[in-house]
Design a protein around this ligand. Structure first.
Ligand code: SDX
Length: 443
């Protein structure tokens, strides 16, 4: 299945000659040399280590994949201790400052910043695919108005699979590219349709003559007359989309890769990734942060909440990270962006509670010892709320932005000759073999 156009990772560019690990199995006294490559050993090299003839050999046990690399990737690099995030080698700070979201989505997909002509073509292809089929529009309108927007978003993304059966031909680069245009192009449309439907407002069709986030804001907020997005808000949304575009092997991206490894089409894979993102420990945290801040209610009640967190009665949502053990570089940029947005929208009153929470947490040993810092979700919801979006839409916006990363990672997976269908093993600790018990004999 591997696409000859994308060579597998050239080992020599990654590390010098492989070193080895010598393992002594004290059960048998035997020794084994296992190759070390790029700081890893291949888990399957452990299968040779057996205690006896009927032994299947050693496996690794790594719940939640805390210390397991599932792939080689050239897309995103994170140094959690240094708080470094780079897309294809470019620091996130420079991209947020100087690029557009569509420019970054091109970089993630193809590995290089686009020329003006390449960006124009990429933008044109995506803008050409922003409309959503009537069947998907109808699906969105079947949801009751209080349906959670993430449920609607996930259902509509999955429904795209029924609209484009060609997408199953994942081996074809041209077919993959068309689906990538469609998904990046129409996720904002799906989001805006679901928002307008829930609000009882008429649908606003996409306007391909507008820039990506200007068009999205117009589909969301256009009233009776013409609508012109505030350039500060359009740019702030572009920056937020850049910051959320990819983040190497996070839960939703790993889900995209897992489902994609079965050669399911990219819509089915992306709908699964949306499901993973929905969780409050992942993308759903931006919504949970706003609920937490509203529940705290005032700066005076912050110490009481911190006490609840330290008693393990609550999580400080928007804090902590599996990889970052220092300040999430994205949170720093978002905080700066918030200041610019609030100059237009007016200050979000919950900001002072968030700032006080951060101030206390950054100096309290409980959080310092656990290396808990604000992550990308801590301040983003404050901006979305100030822009006029309901909390249920916050994670949908995360999903729109992450669509570029999910697709770039999926495209890399499909072309990677190292990859096969994902199928982890288990350690069986259930009952030994036993015979069926007739109903009359059951206790
Ligand atoms: C995202 O992976 C990615 O890259 C994700 C993401 C992306 O761009 O894709 O960056 C986006 O999902 C950001 C994370 C958003 N989630 C939250 O803000 C929810 C709150 N955070 C926590 O649930 C937690 O920090 C996680 C889930 C983010 C990370 O959890 P880990 O790595 O499994 O860490 P852990 O749960 O083992 O915690 C270690 C210790 C524990 O204390 P002890 O048992 O040692 O006493 O830290 C504590 C935890 O109780 N802890 C927290 C905490 N996070 C961890 N305590 C209070 N509040 C928190 N938020």
């Amino acid at each position: 299945m591997a696409d000859a156009l994308a060579p597998s990772v050239d080992q020599s560019t990654l590390a010098p000659m492989p070193e080895t690990l010598t393992i002594t199995d004290n059960r048998t006294g035997k020794q084994y040399d296992v190759a070390i490559k790029n700081g890893t050993i291949k888990a399957t090299d452990l299968r040779q280590i057996k205690a006896g003839d009927d032994d299947a050999g050693l496996m690794t046990y790594d719940p939640a994949f805390m210390n397991t690399a599932a792939c080689y990737s050239r897309i995103t690099f994170i140094d959690g201790d240094q708080g470094i995030l780079e897309y294809r080698g470019y620091p996130i700070e420079q991209l947020a400052e100087r690029a557009s979201y569509l420019e970054v989505s091109y970089l993630l997909m193809f590995g290089e910043l686009p020329t003006a002509a390449q960006l124009a073509e990429w933008t044109d292809r995506i803008h050409h695919h922003m409309t959503v089929r009537p069947s998907v529009q109808d699906l969105i309108t079947t949801f009751q108005s209080d349906a959670h927007p993430m449920s609607v978003f996930q259902s509509a993304v999955a429904a795209l699979s029924a609209c484009y059966p060609e997408a199953k031909d994942v081996a074809s680069e041209a077919v993959r590219r068309r689906q990538e245009y469609r998904l990046i192009g129409c996720t904002p449309t799906i989001a805006a349709y679901s928002y307008r439907h829930a609000a009882g407002l008429p649908i606003v069709e996409p306007d391909p003559s507008l820039a990506f986030t200007e068009n999205f804001l117009r589909m969301l907020f256009k009233g009776e007359g013409e609508y012109q997005a505030d350039p500060v808000l359009a740019r702030a949304l572009d920056v937020l989309f850049i910051l959320h575009a990819d983040h190497e092997q996070n839960c939703s991206t790993s889900t995209m890769r897992n489902v994609g490894s079965s050669h399911a089409d990219p819509y089915a894979s992306a709908a699964s990734a949306v499901g993973a993102l929905y969780g409050p420990l992942h993308g759903g945290a931006n919504e949970a942060v706003l609920k937490m801040l509203a529940q705290i209610g005032s700066v005076e009640r912050v110490p009481e909440f911190i006490k609840q967190v330290k008693n393990h009665e609550a999580l400080l949502m928007g804090f902590g990270h599996r990889v970052y053990k220092s300040y999430d570089p994205r949170a720093r940029i978002i905080k700066k962006t918030a200041d610019e947005v609030f100059k237009v929208t007016g200050l979000n009153p919950l900001l002072e509670i968030a700032v006080e929470l951060e101030r206390i947490a950054l100096q309290d040993d409980y959080f310092v010892k656990r290396k808990l810092y604000p992550n990308v979700d801590f301040y983003s919801g404050l901006i979305y709320q100030a822009m006029g979006l309901p909390t249920g839409m916050f994670t949908v916006l995360f999903g729109i932005a992450r669509t570029a990363g999910w697709l770039a990672q999926w495209d890399e997976l499909v072309q990677d000759p190292d990859q096969k269908i994902a199928r982890p093993r288990q350690i069986f600790v259930g009952p030994a073999r036993r015979d069926f018990v007739p109903m009359a004999q059951r206790a």
